[in-house]
Design a protein around this ligand. Structure first.
Ligand code: G
Ligand code: MN
Length: 269
């Protein structure tokens, strides 16, 4: 893992957490704004492999990365929480989409998944970018997977449902990201009818040894199978976990065991 900090938090007398969070938020926003202005955002790609045959790469997830002032790579989890509910978050999604679709166009033999927030559906620059690429290559959608978290989808379920209906006509498939991490609503799970669910990494890490996680993963896989959704396990880090997941019917595996996110071959975890 890259050992980075957005800021050095000074010693604090009063309410260190609130203070640090406020500074981090401001700092994250400044970093993101600068990276977007300077065109410095990049996508890292991580393989998702077949559980039965890990040499078979099913698709790549594109993960947005921005450099800090010293050129170190900052992963999305360190800045997205601070910007995902404001326009900067929409801008990041639009840039990630543009970079991902460009990569997809340049590499006709691969499939790519891209993360999106449900809020971006109504953001002009995001939907215009998608429409522009789909016009340019009528088959591009068949190689595109859009990942949405459930917590994001249930904010605007009607909007997400009609968007999914439209985009499925263009061949796009949909993945429910971080399955199990939020408040899973079975009603929406059924209605959204995702093609793929990605089981959250917190249930996967160490699953071969952890009885609780084994029960939870088996339950999530049973639900997915019932609704004919493919399953991906996130954060597969050990061979023992991979073997357990494969033996319990998980279709695809993603994680450092098979390769971390890379930008042009360089590690970008
Ligand atoms: O929310 P989403 O699942 O899209 O986020 C994927 C994130 O998980 C990426 O930032 C990626 O760097 C990270 N990641 C990918 N593989 C692993 C892994 O094997 N272990 C851990 N801890 N994180 C991972
Ligand atoms: Mn994802």
């Amino acid at each position: 893992m890259l050992n980075h900090k957005l800021i050095d938090i000074p010693p604090q007398e009063e309410s260190p957490l609130a203070y640090a969070d406020g500074v981090r938020r401001g700092d994250a926003m400044t970093l993101v704004r600068a990276a977007l202005d300077q065109g410095n955002a990049a996508l890292a790609f991580q393989p998702i492999v077949s559980a039965q045959n890990p040499a078979d790469i099913i698709f790549y997830e594109g993960l947005i990365r921005i450099p800090d002032e010293r050129g170190r790579i900052i992963p999305a989890r360190d800045f997205m929480p601070f910007v995902e509910n404001i326009e900067l978050g929409r801008k990041i999604d639009a840039v990630a989409l543009e970079l991902g679709l460009r990569h997809l166009l340049a590499h006709p033999d691969i499939r790519i998944s891209l993360n999106m927030s449900a809020r971006s559906i109504g953001y002009g620059p995001w939907s215009d970018t998608l429409a522009r690429y789909l016009r340019r290559d009528l088959n591009l959608g068949t190689r595109l997977i859009l990942e949405i978290t459930e917590s994001s989808a249930i904010l605007v379920p009607e909007l997400v449902l009609s968007f999914m209906k439209d985009m499925r006509k263009r061949g796009i498939t949909f993945a429910l990201d971080d399955f199990g991490a939020g408040t899973t609503s079975f009603r929406y799970l059924r209605d959204f009818n995702f093609d793929v669910v990605k089981v959250d990494g917190q249930f996967i890490r160490g699953v071969a040894q952890a009885g609780d996680n084994q029960v939870l993963v088996q339950a999530l896989v049973a639900i997915a199978e019932h609704f004919a959704m493919h399953t991906v396990a996130e954060s597969v880090e050990t061979q023992a976990d991979a073997d357990w997941l494969c033996a319990h019917g998980v279709d695809c595996l993603q994680g450092y065991l098979f390769g971390g996110p890379k930008i042009n071959g360089t590690d970008a975890r």
